[in-house]
Ligand binder design. Structure first.
Ligand SMILES: Cc1cc2nc3c(=O)[nH]c(=O)nc-3n(C[C@H](O)[C@H](O)[C@H](O)COP(=O)(O)OP(=O)(O)OC[C@H]3O[C@@H](n4cnc5c(N)ncnc54)[C@H](O)[C@@H]3O)c2cc1C
Length: 291
């Protein structure tokens, strides 16, 4: 059986890094989850063993499901109809296999349904997945947008959104616009506070958004009227269940066809603020990009 982890023993280099012991200790907070969750590691050796097993499962799924599907996914590509994206059939099968194996929300705390993995073994999984299908790697790896929501969102947002990502829903980061790419300070998508409904409303266009029809979006938008630079931008959470965002087109790219790169139209879409106003670009998107 093909296994993209066990066939590449050089990948273990990362797990064997001397820094890992300290990283595990910090991430596991001295292994205090062991009394509450029977699958939480007891100590460092146990943690490394569990990363190794999960990597092996990821390697098996990539070897047996994702890689064999890659050519079909690239030929079929995602479909666009009525403002929505439907993944290629192979992409759906890939996602299904990853969700069934519990490989979503990998770095999130166990209380939300995650595996509480450090970034290192998660990134190793992402590399293995991308080796099998770089397009699918984009879709699956966008789950790490949840790190930013976890870091800057409030507890209520954590409890509502993180379990959904751990259960297999997908994410996107909606930053780029037709006139704001490298220069994100020029973002113009407008966020207006709707007093009557006690929520924010988003209006405008985002372009080149990977997995743009995701369940949850992190959106950079201009909340401060009259501003023209990064100091007027905030970060919002848009939930597809609330509606108000249509996919206008999927870009016709040279490669990674399985990954839908979308143009999005926000029409009075309901959204909620993540973190504080005005820190959207200068703090949160910087953290998102570093992640
Ligand atoms: C496949 C794909 C997926 C993407 N996914 C996402 C996503 O999920 N979310 C998202 O928000 N965005 C996404 N993007 C958008 C991506 O982040 C932008 O394309 C990128 O930021 C560049 O912006 P731009 O395309 O507007 O190019 P521009 O900013 O117009 O740049 C064009 C050229 O000018 C150069 N340039 C720009 N500014 C300067 C300068 N000051 N000095 C010198 N040279 C300069 C650039 O290097 C580039 O060569 C995606 C893009 C692609 C192609």
């Amino acid at each position: 059986m093909a296994n993209f982890y066990t066939e590449h023993p050089e990948l273990k280099y990362h797990l064997n890094n001397p820094m890992m012991e300290r990283i595990c200790q910090l991430k596991e907070r001295d292994y205090r989850d062991k009394d509450e969750y029977d699958y939480a590691p007891q100590d460092y050796a146990d943690a490394i063993d569990s990363y190794d097993k999960v990597l092996e499962i990821t390697g098996e799924i990539t070897g047996e499901v994702i890689a064999p599907n890659a050519e079909g996914v690239d030929q079929e590509g995602p479909h666009h109809a009525n403002g929505r994206v439907e993944y290629a059939s192979g992409t759906k099968a890939n996602l299904d296999a990853m969700v069934k194996a519990g490989l979503n929300g990998m770095t999130m705390p166990r209380r939300y349904g995650g595996l509480n993995f450090p970034i290192t073994p998660y990134t190793m999984c992402a590399e293995i997945v991308a080796q099998a299908d770089a397009g699918f790697g984009n879709i699956w790896s966008l789950q790490d947008c949840i790190e930013t929501l976890y870091e800057f969102g409030n507890e209520d947002q954590h409890s509502r959104f993180i379990p959904r990502i751990c259960a297999g829903e997908t994410m996107s980061m909606d930053l780029t616009e037709p006139d704001a790419g490298s220069d994100l300070q020029s973002v113009m998508l407008k966020a207006t506070y709707d007093e009557a409904n006690n929520c924010w409303r988003l209006n405008g266009v985002k372009r080149f958004i990977t997995n743009g029809d995701a369940n949850l979006h992190l959106v950079l938008a201009r909340s401060e009227e009259g501003t023209h630079d990064g100091r007027g931008l905030s970060m919002f959470i848009y939930d597809k269940n609330d509606g108000g965002v249509d996919v206008r087109r999927i870009e016709n790219k040279l490669g990674i066809h399985g990954s839908p790169t979308c143009e999005l139209v926000y029409k009075n879409a309901k959204a909620e603020l993540c973190g504080e106003r005005k820190l959207g670009l200068i703090k949160y998107v910087m953290a998102l990009m570093n992640g």
